[in-house]
Write a protein of this length. Sequence first.
Length: 302
Amino acid sequence: MVAGVPRMLGLRAARLLRTACVKPACASRSVLTVSPHPGQCCKTSSGVSWMPSRCSSTAAEAPATKPEDDSVLQWLLLLIPVTAFGLGTWQVQRRKWKLKLIAELESRVMAEPIPLPADPVELKNLEYRPVKVRGHFDHSKELYIMPRTMVDPAREALEAGRISSSAESGAFVVTPFHCTDLGVTILVNRGFVPRKKVNPETRQKGQVEGEVALTGVVRLTETRKPFVPENSPERNHWHYRDLEAMARTTGADCIFIDADFSSGQRPVTQEPAQVRTGAHRLHREHRPWRTHRRADQSHPAE
């Protein structure tokens, strides 16, 4: 009996060891199972297997991240057609707006000239509308809007798409004009002169004296755009059309017209020049929206 005690102890120890290593969850699997704690064993259908714990964490985390990634990707793919549809709709609406604006400006510019209204308040609804006036210039108070370039449709067509331009730089000459029939003084943009002719002494023939009749397009004041320099009245350098400041400098009223000399009245003579109205700029800047554009009329100037 004493000899059988060690044998019984050995069988009991083997049974305890087998109970500690084998769990019910592992025993019920038919594939290799990994224990959640390092250093423990699991039993498979083929026996006991020892696996590192890091394998179980990787297997548990991988399936959890896939649905989130798929959801983000689906939203990103959905944004592509939605954005394209929105941009296309905006372009169509913008084209309709521009064509309507161009047609409205054309109808105003091509209308028959009317007498300049005596009430300046009425001019707010007459921008780009041709008016006719009679009076004389005061060349002693000329203003210069600069730098500007001469409008040349042929040159612009040749240089379309180029980064640089060969256009000559100069200025628009703005001269006070006293209307004898209304008793008011307005500002008239007489056209472009090259930089070498900005000094009035170099263009004496263009300094028209006496009473003249002319037509022009009504223009309103401008606000300074980004990156445009401030006006310098003390140097007589104007970069945008500030009617209030120009009127204070010259003593004129806040009325401004771009002169149109196509009818034969030419207060500036010799060298060709053109007045660049807002309607002309709109034609040039939005040329892709139209199949044709009306050529700007040239105005002789010195």
